[in-house]
Design a protein. Sequence first.
Length: 155
Amino acid sequence: MSTAPAPAPLLDSRILGRAHYAARALLDRELARTGHAFLHSIVLGALAAEGPEAERDAVVAYAVRTVKVSPADARRALADLVDGGHARVAGGEPARVALTAEGDALRARLAAFSARTAPQVYGDVPAEDLAVAARVLLRVTERAEALLARADGRA
């Protein structure tokens, strides 16, 4: 007797969330070894992406937009990095911040960790499947962010 394979599940918030939290748990373990939290990694990435110096408000806005935290939480994460010597206030008006050598080393460590683990997570998934998943997830993100904007009265 032959049984038909179970139909593939449809993408929903539960599946999306499980994938996110499983991958995030890998990063959180590495961050714990450094004494940092997830939001610190987001702020480090924003600082690195902005170049040698970034406007403080732009870094905060990036974190708010990217991981949907409050501006106060994003500012606190940035302050933690400054207090820990991983970022510095660069002065200027508007206020600017920059990575220190220690911050750049931490960012590089996290990037190297991601480079080692990504092939283990995504390695044998066909590129065509990853492309489809990326298109779908970008569309889901766009729609969810539009709903958030409407709920916040921004759209």
